[in-house]
Design a protein around this ligand. Sequence first.
Ligand code: ADP
Ligand code: MG
Length: 322
Amino acid sequence: MAVGEFDLIRKYFQTPSRSRDVLLGIGDDCALVPGPGDRQLAITTDTLVAGVHFPGDTSPADIAHKAIAVNLSDLAAMGAEPAWLTLALTLPEPDESWLGAFAESFRAGADRYRVQLIGGDTTRGALTITVQAMGLVEPGRAMRRDAARPGDAIYVSGTLGDAATGLKIRQQQVMNDDQNWLLNRLNRPEPRVELGLQVSSFCRCCIDISDGLAADLGHILEASRCGATVNIDRLPLSRQLVAHSGGRNNVDRDEVLAGGDDYELCLVLDPNCQDRLMTISSELSLPLTRIGVIESGDSLTFVDDTGARFLPSRNGYEHFAT
Ligand code: ADP
Ligand code: MG
């Protein structure tokens, strides 16, 4: 029988830490090791494969942006400040106009988030982009998946389900402004770096939403040995998604919960921190929405405003899912 993505990682790669300088090993958004000065180094890597992580017709500029953004999103989830990148590029052929556009956008992304490209690798093969990002975090401030406690409030940044909808509508011949905006959410995700840095002073638990809220919140619950209830009527939806769907009630909740590619942060924190969170929300002009609560137990329950149970028809994205 085929083995799923997360079982595969556990079975073949998740070995107990042998060295004392590994502060946090496999299983979180980033690993943590001692860094320069008294700070810790947060390290993550993410691969984008053509036809899997982006449609084959995606522009080189969008691919470059996304390769940086998905990695910085993992740094954001730890509350780490981006510092360095490496880039491993696998190309079917050295197409210089493609490379020019890719490189320009990569440079722009690196400048914008103040990270420096310090190395990489270049090979021939099916188009695949692997970025490794390294960031710095003060000791004790990294936000981890295993730090949720019953009674904590669950928040998400921004809006969910936009990119998944963008993926569905991208082949339309004609797009209105709302649909273009949704497609842009797929191609140009914004890592919530500043949010991660600011909330890490009082928030201990966070994950970035790459595979869909249901799956990624599930990783927090598994690591923290907790359960949760989430109200699907509280899920933050963009005006554009609501308009495209023809009203709030027509939005496909399964797509919002499991579509993936949101690159928003899911924050789990003491409800007493709400005021500080709202101050950050207005300073960053970024909505932060309370969607649920951490509980004891091990189940993730979805309810609506009437208290009725909602059963998602699928979980989030998993490579090798059977
Ligand atoms: P994320 O979605 O935050 O990028 P993943 O779901 O890809 O994280 O991976 C989950 C955890 O497993 C992470 O800590 C990641 O570093 C680790 N991981 C994934 N693949 C491998 C591998 N082949 N070898 C070692 N660790 C891995
Ligand atoms: Mg992540």
